[in-house]
Write a protein that binds this ligand. Sequence first.
Ligand code: B12
Length: 226
Amino acid sequence: MNEISKKLSQFLLEKNVASGWSCVKDTIDQGYNSAFIYDFILRDAMYRIGEMWEENKISVAHEHLATGTCELILTKYHLEKLNDRYIKENSPSPRAMFFCVEGEEHDLGLKMASSLFEEYGWDVYDLGSNLPLDYAEYSLKKWQPEVVCISVSIRHHLPKLKETMERLQNISPGTTFIVGSRLHAESAFRSCCTAETLIAKDTSFLFQWLEDYRKEAGIINKGVLL
Ligand code: B12
């Protein structure tokens, strides 16, 4: 873990949004892109919070406080990106839908993914954490997104992920499904996905996918921020 991320985890625990933001700002000023900031600054700071909690160095209340502070910084980062550089287009943008599997409350990874899509000018429908599967199905039929992004963090939600993939891929076989998770390397996780499912280890994977999509679709200058 890098030093900036370590410092950030301390600021998150102190509810110090201003200093936490300056960690992110310094990284932006050094020329790093959004995927780096998400994976190696914000995510790693939260992983460190998790380790401290496991080692009984902090309480659950601290963990909640740190999460709230991280969410504020994430939102600020997202809005700055959009304010600074979002390019409005008249032509319709491709649509992507996001949710965490039913029961899953860990949604920071999902928020990072949806922000990245928005940076690339996509029409984003972020349905957040713990979306009941019936509503995921309903939303897929209603909005017919080109891409569906799903997040799962907890092992005992894997059976729900499997059911989700079976039901949604059956309804819409032409849709691209991207599933991101801290469990990405585990065979129990991989067995919930089909051969067509894209497994995202992190937002750097997504960044590359979005770049490739943009090139293939020939959508040059379509809200690209990086
Ligand atoms: C913060 C936190 C919480 C917060 C979550 C708040 C929130 N709004 O997200 C709160 C306090 C609510 C919480 C609750 C619980 N938590 Co918790 N939590 C954490 C902690 C410390 C950090 C999670 C986090 O935000 N990480 C940062 C994000 C950005 O990382 P990420 O999700 O991995 O995402 C990255 C990649 O995986 C990927 N990615 C993820 N999703 C997606 C999606 C797409 C589309 C893409 C492209 C990429 C992508 O890209 C991201 C960026 O690199 C972790 C520790 C850890 N090591 O993860 C424990 C952890 C995940 N929690 C754990 C547990 C056990 C729980 C509880 C059961 C505790 C309890 N007894 O109540 C509950 C369960 C709640 C529920 N039903 O889901 C365990 C899970 C173990 C397991 N069994 O799998 C962990 C690992 C802690 C531990 N070491 O035991 N938790």
